[in-house]
Each structure stands twice: as structure tokens, then as C-alpha cells.
Write a protein of this length. Structure first.
Length: 248
């Protein structure tokens, strides 16, 4: 089964924004770990966004109709866990996702991974992805506060893929989190985050591959520990983009 809006809906019913978060590259030998964060645009920017109660019943009805229609459109796209999709499907879906979601991308560098360890570095990437949405993508709320269709939400809920919440994630209700095991196969927002993060990181690894003479074939293996990648490390030694503890 494909992911749906079941997790999101229970928070929407409480007039909360929902941001889905997932990471990619955690197990790679080289390159940064990248996190994606996705916040569903309940309404298009010309109509309004989700928030607290709207007194005008006609406007409230308009909000609900728009949300329902956009949910139907998204479910037809085939959004899924990025690992269950081919590269071409991910790239196609990423172009569609940006039409329906506010997007945040966060990275933690190889230097940060070497210094902090992969767990803390992954958490840092996730925080950066969420903060990007809150500080950049949602500025539209501030710009449109005078319009009664643009309502600032009471709070925000974070849906995180995996068994653990993001520690020390503060600001504007971001302490409200739900960790979902295999969340990228259950929640549309998390699945969308997994796709945009994967497409972003794959493109970055191809760029890093070109810049480093294609010695390690990162354009193909994306930094993961394939037999070819290991053989290239044996031949050339490690690079500054390899994670020290992963190849020792």
C-alpha cells in the first residue's frame, strides 16, 4: 500500500500544521547526510492556508474543499518511500511535490559527521530542514496576515521517519512530534520528504563525482559501500569526502 494522509489528518483536525521529515545518506561511506522536510500547502497561495477557525462559513467551506481536492490530486501521483522508487520516478515526483508542499532541505557535512557521529549529524540535518521551512518558506504567512484567508496556525506537528524524535527541536510548537517506524511508507508528508532529499543528494553526489575526477564512481553509487566503491578506495585511498569512521 502507498502512504496516505491518515497521520496528517488527525493533526489537521486539531488545526495544526504538519511537517514530514526524513533523511537520506545515513549509511553512505562518503558525502553529507541530507534531510528533507515537507509541509503540505493546504491551499494554493492565491486562496489561503490552513489554520485556526474561520468565522465566515463560506470561506471555511472553501478551505475544506480546496484541501480535499489537493489531497486527491496528491494521492494520484504515486508518492512512496524513495527507496521503493526508481530514479526517474523520484525525479518526476520531486517536480510534482514542490507544487503541493513547502520544501526544506538540510545537510550535515562530512566534517560534521566525523566530529559528531552520524546520529547527531543526522539530527542536525533534520533540524536545518525544518528550520528552513519555518524561517523561509512560511514567510508568506507574515506577508498575508492581513488577509483573513491566511490564518497563522496554532502550532505545528513534526512527523519523523523512524523510532526517534528530533531532540532539542525548539520554536513555534516544534516540540510536538511523532516518530513513525517506516513512516516513509505510511505518511505522505514523510514519503515526500524522502523523495526530495534523495533527489537533492543524488544530484549533489553526481556533482562531487565530477569535481573529483569520477575516481570513486559516486555518480553511480551515491557514496554507498558498493564493491566498486570499496575497490576504488583500495586503489586511490580515501578522500576528504569520505567518512573516517565508516572506512576504518
Amino acid at each position: 500500500m502507498l502512504p496516505d494522509f491518515s497521520f496528517e489528518q488527525k493533526y489537521w483536525d486539531q488545526n495544526l500544521f504538519v511537517i514530514g521529515v526524513d533523511e537520506v545518506g545515513r549509511g553512505a561511506l562518503a558525502g553529507p547526510v541530507v534531510a528533507g522536510a515537507c509541509l503540505f500547502r493546504i491551499m494554493n497561495q492565491e486562496s489561503g492556508i490552513m489554520g485556526k477557525k474561520v468565522d465566515d462559513s463560506k470561506r471555511k467551506e472553501k478551505l475544506q474543499r480546496s484541501k480535499a481536492q489537493r489531497c486527491k490530486e496528491i494521492l494520484k501521483l504515486g508518492i512512496d518511500d524513495s527507496k521503493r522508487l526508481k530514479a526517474r520516478e523520484r525525479e518526476r515526483l520531486a517536480k510534482e511535490i514542490i507544487k503541493y508542499f513547502h520544501i526544506g532541505i538540510g545537510e550535515a557535512s562530512v566534517a560534521e559527521i566525523n566530529e559528531l557521529g552520524i546520529v547527531s549529524a543526522t539530527e542536525r540535518a533534520m533540524k536545518r530542514a525544518v528550520n528552513r521551512i519555518m524561517k523561509c518558506e512560511l514567510r508568506i504567512m507574515e506577508d498575508k496576515v492581513h488577509d483573513s484567508l491566511f490564518i497563522i496556525p496554532n502550532s505545528t506537528t513534526i512527523l519523523v521517519d523512524g523510532p526517534h524524535k528530533i531532540p532539542r527541536l525548539s520554536g513555534f510548537g516544534l516540540d510536538r512530534q511523532e516518530a513513525i517506524i517506516k513512516g516513509d511508507q505510511k505518511s505522505i508528508s514523510i514519503a515526500a520528504a524522502s523523495i526530495v532529499a534523495k533527489v537533492y543528494r543524488d544530484k549533489l553526489m553526481r556533482k562531487l563525482d565530477r569535481e573529483n575526477g569520477k575516481k570513486y564512481k559516486w555518480g553511480l553509487n551515491k557514496g554507498y559501500g558498493t564493491s566498486k566503491h570499496w575497490s576504488m578506495i583500495s586503489l586511490y585511498g580515501s578522500s576528504f569526502l569520505h567518512r573516517v569512521k565508516f572506512i576504518d
